[in-house]
Design a protein around this ligand. Structure first.
Ligand SMILES: NC(=O)C1=CN([C@@H]2O[C@H](COP(=O)(O)OP(=O)(O)OC[C@H]3O[C@@H](n4cnc5c(N)ncnc54)[C@H](OP(=O)(O)O)[C@@H]3O)[C@@H](O)[C@H]2O)C=CC1
Ligand SMILES: Nc1nc(O)c(N)c(N[C@@H]2O[C@H](COP(=O)(O)O)[C@@H](O)[C@H]2O)n1
Length: 277
C-alpha cells in the first residue's frame, strides 16, 4: 500500500537519567538501517507467565522497571507486538512515563497481523487520529504488517481509518516470517526494534535461526547467525499460576543459549540483559 518512506529524525542523545546498564549494553546508537538491531523483551512472573488466564493483562513490573521499559522503548526506532496482544491489551506503546520536558519521541509501533484483524477501535489508532498536534512527538501512526494476500479492499479500509498497511509475503504457517524482519525494517528506514510480545511472537523470534534466507552464519551477528541480538527480561516476584507462558506450551525446546551481560535490581524486580549466542 502506502510505499512512501518516512524520514526518521536523528535520535536525541539519551539524557543522563536513562539507566546506564541499558545505554552501555544495548548498541541501539550504533545500529544502522542496513543491519537493524533486534531486542526481544518481556516481563514475567516467577512461574514464567506473562499474562493471566485467557490472556488477561497482569501488572508484573513495578514502577521502577516499568520506567526502564519506557526508556527501552525510547532507545529503539520501533516497537513490535503481535495482533493478539493488540486485541487483548489495547496498549498505547508510547514512552509516556519519561519526563515530558525531555521531549523524547516514542518508537514506531509495528503490529504483526497476517490476516489484518487490526481493530479499528484500537487505542493506538484513536490516539493517532485524535492528537494531530502530538504526531511524531508523542504519538506515532500505527504501521500494520500483514500478508500480501489480504484483499485490497480490507487494506484500503484500514488505511482510510488512519493506519499504514505494509503487505509482505507470508510463510507456510501463514505468519510473517521472522527471518524477513531485518529486510522489512530496512525497507521502512528503521534501525532498531524492540519486540515486546506476546507469547507466540516471542517464541517465533527466539526460535528463528538465522537472518535472511541464507542459513550460513552472518558475520554481523558475531558468527552465530541468530536473528535476535539482545534479550531484556523483567522478573517480578509473583506467581500467576494459570496463564500465558513466556512461550506457548510445547515450544520450550530449542530456545537459544543466552550470554548473561548484566542484572539490575529495580525496586522489587530483577532486570536481566543478555545477548543471544
Ligand atoms: N508481560 C509481558 O511483557 C507481555 C505480555 N503480553 C501478553 O501476551 C498475550 C498475547 O500473546 P499471544 O496470544 O501469544 O499473541 P501474540 O501477541 O504473540 O500474537 C500472535 C499472533 O500474531 C500473528 N503473527 C504474525 N506473525 C507471527 C509469527 N511469526 N509468529 C507467531 N505469530 C505471528 C498471528 O496472527 P494470526 O492468528 O492472525 O495469524 C498470531 O496469532 C496477551 O495476554 C498479553 O497480555 C504481551 C506482551 C508483553
Ligand atoms: N514491561 C511490562 N511489564 C508488565 O507488567 C506488562 N504487563 C507489560 N506488558 C506490555 O506492555 C503493553 C502495555 O503498554 P502500555 O502501557 O499500554 O503502553 C502490553 O500490551 C504488553 O506489551 N510490559
Amino acid at each position: 500500500m502506502n510505499s512512501s518512506i518516512s524520514t526518521l529524525p536523528t535520535p536525541l542523545p539519551l539524557p543522563a537519567d536513562a539507566p546506564t546498564f541499558l545505554t552501555e549494553h544495548l548498541p541501539s546508537a550504533s545500529a544502522t538501517v542496513d543491519r537493524p538491531h533486534i531486542t526481544v523483551t518481556w516481563a514475567q512472573s516467577l512461574d514464567s507467565k506473562i499474562a493471566g488466564p485467557g490472556g488477561k493483562r497482569v501488572m508484573i513490573s513495578g514502577p521502577e522497571s516499568m520506567l526502564m521499559t519506557h526508556w527501552l522503548r525510547a532507545m529503539h526506532d520501533a516497537i513490535l507486538i503481535g495482533v493478539n496482544t493488540l486485541i487483548l491489551d489495547d496498549p498505547r506503546l508510547q514512552a509516556n512515563l519519561l519526563p515530558e520536558s525531555l521531549a523524547i519521541p516514542p518508537p514506531q509501533p509495528l503490529i504483526l497481523d497476517p490476516r489484518l484483524r487490526f481493530p479499528l477501535s484500537s487505542r493506538i489508532l484513536a490516539e493517532w487520529n485524535e492528537r494531530p498536534l502530538d504526531r511524531g512527538k508523542k504519538v506515532k501512526q500505527p504501521w500494520i504488517i500483514c500478508g500480501d494476500d489480504v484483499s485490497f479492499g480490507k487494506m484500503e479500509e484500514v488505511e482510510s481509518a488512519g493506519a499504514r498497511v505494509v503487505p509482505v509475503p507470508l510463510d507456510e504457517k501463514g505468519h510473517i516470517p521472522p527471518s524477513s524482519l531485518p529486510a522489512i525494517l530496512t525497507s521502512l528506514n528503521l534501525r532498531s526494534v524492540m519486540i515486546e510480545g506476546g507469547s507466540k511472537i516471542l517464541s517465533s523470534f527466539l526460535h528463528a535461526p538465522t537472518r535472511g534466507s541464507n542459513t550460513s552464519p552472518s558475520p554481523s551477528t558475531g558468527g552465530s547467525g541468530v536473528l535476535v541480538d539482545s534479550v531484556v527480561v523483567t522478573v517480578g516476584p509473583m506467581f500467576i499460576g494459570d496463564g500465558i507462558g513466556v512461550v506457548p506450551e510445547g515450544e520450550q525446546k530449542g530456545l537459544p543459549p543466552l550470554k548473561h551481560i548484566h542484572t539490575e535490581t529495580m525496586g522489587k524486580d530483577s532486570v536481566m540483559v543478555c545477548s543471544v549466542e
